[in-house]
Design a protein around this ligand. Structure first.
Ligand code: GCU
Length: 422
């Protein structure tokens, strides 16, 4: 009896202590004093003085994120085949051309199908294009009845009537508030969206599903997690976009909300073909500084989502002070390309102030590369975007992506690409 009770007691006490440790802090006064690494100081203590220095320092920072956080992507030896599977020249009541493209990522006998839904404005050739994953299937982003439902694994979801991990008709249009296609297209932008689970289903299965099947299965403490897999998927979609004559691949804006904002940031860092990078409420592991210990922390994210990052990242659970980098340096990896960070006032879990401060502390790198300094040191009032090569806004409301957010992103992109206002 004693033999059973003791281990049980140990497990219960351990679980209790563990969960206590991850009770989020929402009090600025209770935050530890912290010191952020300076992106313009090399590991050996020397200062970064020039663009050439930055190119070297960027590699140091990049490898820190790669080996200590997102995980290294193994060599890709596969191929991608693409087929246009549907076209509608008269979509969104005539303002858009729509198509669905099936990519087949393959290596040997394994094939992973990925479906891209694309809307392009009929009137603007060469339009900038937002590339952004969706959470529940392409059919949830539009009310149009013939957009395909994904075949891949999806999370069960009461609101979408899913109980068997299979998407169905009930989900159609359920996420349209997040995908204001008409407004986006009317302003002269295109949208390409893909269900993120096509690339890697979002659960901890030991990296046996999704695109992991296309790679060498050997893993170590630096091997990639799902966020790196989603980022890698964005690059494969970009490979396709570069070949599509209807797309202006020089103006692809990678955008993501929440966990997909983390993936968009890592995609922007790993792939310089993305002209602009947008993080919407990406929080911990995205734009928010980890060392503030406010809202979600490294320990709690690794505890809840053990498959998102590499195993090395778990060494910083409850030990953020030991991190050799912080998330302002992730933003700096985009420089000099524009990066936009957005927060929501009620989204304390994502630490809006920590997201804002990342912008402040990334600014020195942008300035070194010729941009104007990020124009704030204090958080701006609600609904008062700061535009520049680093842009930031905070709006009222909850964790979400809204028409207001999209309008700000389009305003920023219009400025950057010198587009005439529509
Ligand atoms: C959870 C998670 C966050 C993540 C969010 C989302 O809240 O803790 O890190 O950003 O899910 O993706 O919606």
């Amino acid at each position: 009896m004693k033999k059973i009770i003791l281990p049980l007691l140990f497990i219960t006490v351990h679980a209790l202590v563990f969960s206590q440790q991850f009770i989020p802090n929402y009090d600025e006064a209770k935050m530890p004093a912290y010191r952020l690494p300076d992106p313009l100081i090399f590991k050996d203590g020397n200062t970064v003085n020039s663009k050439a220095d930055w190119d070297k320092r960027r590699i140091e920072i990049y490898h820190q994120f790669e080996y200590e956080m997102f995980g290294a992507i193994p060599e890709w030896k596969g191929i991608t085949k693409s087929t246009v599977i549907s076209r509608n020249e008269n979509a969104l009541k005539g303002i858009a051309k729509r198509k669905e493209v099936r990519l087949e990522l393959s290596n040997g006998n394994k094939i992973i199908p990925v479906t891209i839904l694309i809307y392009l404005p009929v009137k603007s050739k060469g339009a900038p294009l937002f590339l952004s994953y969706n959470f529940d299937g392409n059919h949830t982003t539009t009310a149009e009845t013939d957009v395909l439902i994904p075949d891949s694994w999806v999370s069960n979801n009461k609101d979408f009537g899913i109980t068997d991990h299979k998407a169905n008709e009930n989900g159609r249009g359920k996420a349209i508030s997040r995908w204001p296609m008409k407004e986006i297209v009317s302003r002269g932008f295109g949208v390409a969206t893909v269900y993120y689970g096509d690339i890697d289903p979002d659960f901890d299965d030991g990296f046996k599903n999704g695109v992991h099947q296309l790679f060498d299965a050997r893993r170590d403490s630096t091997s990639w997690g799902s966020i790196a897999a989603w980022a890698w998927g964005l690059s494969r979609i970009m490979d396709y976009l570069e070949k599509d004559q209807d797309i202006n691949s020089k103006k692809v804006i990678v955008l993501g909300h929440s966990r997909l904002g983390k993936a968009a940031l890592w995609a922007g860092a790993t792939d310089k073909r993305f002209a602009m990078v947008i993080s919407n409420n990406s929080g911990c592991g995205g734009a928010a500084l980890s060392k503030r210990i406010f809202g979600e922390t490294v320990g709690s994210i690794n505890n809840s989502f053990p498959h998102w990052f590499c195993n090395n990242f778990k060494r910083y659970n409850l030990k953020e002070e030991l991190l050799p980098f912080d998330q302002h340096e992730l933003l700096a990896l985009m420089a000099p390309r524009p990066v936009y960070v957005a927060s929501a006032a009620d989204d304390k879990w994502a630490d809006p102030k920590g997201e804002f401060l990342s912008c402040v502390y990334a600014s020195s790198v942008y300035v070194l590369l010729g941009s104007k300094k990020f124009a704030a040191t204090k958080m701006p009032p609600l609904n008062s975007p700061i535009y520049g090569d680093i842009s930031y806004h905070i709006r009222p409301g909850k964790h979400d992506i809204t028409l207001y957010d999209w309008n700000c992103y389009m305003d920023a992109a219009e400025r950057y690409f010198n587009m005439a206002k529509k």
